[in-house]
Every structure is written in structure tokens, then in C-alpha cells.
Design a protein around this ligand. Structure first.
Ligand code: FE2
Ligand code: FE2
Length: 303
């Protein structure tokens, strides 16, 4: 019987994630003594497996999110925070096809057609997602194009910059780690999360197209599964880089969420109004005040 695959990746100076094909995963702190040779000090070189890949990628996500001090989120969603999140969703998706195509060309040029094919397919699947966010904004009465032209949520900007930078690297394999981070987090969203947002919207208004598509109800769960299978098939050096980037992207994402959560609705409203050059022209005007509940974690949507 073949031995179970064990994979490991050092993500910080003193933490390596170790994962088994059986899906066991743990964080390992290297031991530096003369007597002890740390088995995880040397980069792995073996083949991957689906079970250990899930462990490494989700381990990287968990570690990234737990490294950022969690600030107390407010208890429930608000419409204003949702509008900000939709603007963020637009920005994290508008350049995705272009960026993935760019990364695909690099791999095509360097004799890695399987990576190029994978990225091109993802670029096709992600095309048009920015328009879902714009439609949702429009459904709420917000001039989406005008808003996103003048406004990018502060917590989202570093995430977009990271992706742009990863996709133009000479060897842009890290973009898969970034994409995994966003899609895995999106796929955690359940119907109850969408219902919560729907409850904020006026009756008959469908403003959750983006959220639905970037949740467990949409294509994200499939994207996550496909990515895991693909990553597991890659050489060890690629898997290492992807896991390291999943960790880095999770850090940036967690920091960004915290940043937005610290803002009051009044602050967010001020930012939106400044971007639009006037009052927020919501379709349901004065109802906003009554619909503004309190915010909670997990409002962030990205794709
Ligand atoms: Fe996706
Ligand atoms: Fe997407």
C-alpha cells in the first residue's frame, strides 16, 4: 500500500503548515537544535494530493485570518456597508479576466500550456462578474458606474494591487493562491447570509446577483474544487508558492475587512456621497434610515 502523501510549506519564518492526504493539518514551529533535524526545514519536493492540498490552502487561509487582530464587528448588516461592499466587489472582479489572461500568456510563453489553459478557462468564467456588482448597485438606485469610477473602499485597494502585481510577475503562479483565497472565502457564504442582505433591500429589489454568484449557491464552490484538483497536480515548487500567496492574500484581506468594519455608517455614507458628489440617490430614499441595521462580520464580498 502506498504511503499517505504529506506536504508542508513554510509560510513565515517560524511557521510551516503540514498537511496529510488524510486531511490532517497542523502548524509546525521549526526546532533548531544540533540533535534535532527538522524534517520540515527543507522544502518539499514530492507529489501532491487533493487531501493535503486542501489542508495546506485552508491552513494558510486560517493562519492569515487569525494573524490579524479581530476587531469587534457589529451584529448585523447595513445597506450602506453593503453598497460599499458592492463597490469593492466590482473592483476585485473588473480586472480579473485581463489579469488572468496576462498570467496565462506568461505561462504559454514559458512552456507551461497546462497552467495557461487553466488560467484562460478561469478568465472566461470570471468575465462579466463586475457587471453583476454594477447591476446590484443600479437595482438599489445607486449610479454604479459613477460610484466605482470615483471610489474604491480603502480596505479593498491593497487586495487589488496585490493581484495586479502578482499577474505581471515573471512567473505569476502566485495569482492562483490569491484567487483561491477570494473564492474560498466567498464559497463560505450560505443562503442565510444572502437572505440577511436581501432583507435590507426594499421588496421586489434584486440586489444580490453578485453575492449569490460568489457564494455556496453559485459557481464559487465549483471553482474552489477545480482549483484544489489543479494545484494538487502541480510540481512542488508551484504548490509551495501558491500556499505562501494564499497566506499573504488572506493577511491582506483580513486587514482590509477589519479596516472597513471599524468605520461607522455615517463615515461610509460620507465616503459614498463624496464619491458621487452629492446625496446617495437611493430608490427608497428616506427608508434607508430605517433599514440601516447594525453591521456584522462577513459583509465583505469579493470575487
Ligand atoms: Fe470565481
Ligand atoms: Fe467572480
Amino acid at each position: 500500500m502506498a504511503a499517505l502523501v504529506t506536504e508542508w510549506v513554510k509560510v513565515t519564518e517560524d511557521i510551516a503548515i503540514v498537511a496529510r492526504e488524510s486531511r490532517d493539518v497542523w502548524f509546525h514551529t521549526p526546532i533548531h537544535t544540533k540533535e534535532n533535524v527538522d524534517p520540515f526545514a527543507i522544502a518539499m519536493t514530492g507529489t501532491g494530493s487533493t487531501g493535503s492540498t486542501i489542508g495546506l490552502l485552508d491552513g494558510a487561509l486560517n493562519l492569515g485570518f487569525s494573524s490579524i487582530e479581530k476587531r469587534g464587528g457589529q451584529p448585523c448588516p447595513t445597506l450602506v456597508a453593503y453598497i460599499v461592499a458592492l463597490a469593492g466587489a466590482y473592483h476585485t472582479s473588473v480586472h480579473t479576466p485581463r489579469n488572468l489572461q496576462r498570467a496565462a500568456s506568461s505561462f504559454r510563453g514559458s512552456g507551461r500550456p497546462e497552467v495557461a489553459d487553466y488560467l484562460e478557462e478561469r478568465a472566461r468564467e470570471e468575465t462579466g462578474h463586475d457587471r453583476l456588482a454594477l447591476k446590484d448597485l443600479r437595482a438599489l438606485g445607486v449610479p454604479g458606474e459613477r460610484l466605482v469610477a470615483n471610489f474604491i473602499p480603502e480596505g479593498i485597494r491593497p487586495l487589488c494591487e496585490r493581484f495586479d502585481a502578482l499577474c505581471v510577475e515573471e512567473y505569476p503562479i502566485g495569482c492562483i493562491g490569491y484567487s483561491y483565497c477570494l473564492e474560498r472565502i466567498a464559497a463560505l457564504k450560505q443562503k442565510a447570509d444572502i437572505d440577511k442582505v436581501q432583507a435590507l433591500c426594499p421588496d421586489g429589489v434584486d440586489a444580490t446577483r453578485f453575492l449569490r454568484s460568489h457564494s455556496s449557491l453559485g459557481s464559487e464552490a465549483d471553482h474552489v474544487e477545480e482549483t484544489i484538483a489543479f494545484v494538487a497536480s502541480l510540481p512542488a515548487a508551484d504548490r509551495i508558492r501558491i500556499v505562501q500567496e494564499t497566506y499573504q492574500s488572506a493577511l491582506i484581506m483580513a486587514k482590509g475587512y477589519n479596516h472597513e468594519l471599524l468605520k461607522s455608517d455615517a463615515e461610509l455614507l460620507g465616503e459614498l456621497q463624496q464619491a458621487l458628489g452629492g446625496a446617495l440617490p437611493l430608490r427608497f430614499g428616506s427608508n434607508v434610515a430605517t433599514r440601516i441595521a447594525r453591521r456584522c462580520d462577513g459583509m465583505g464580498i469579493a470575487g
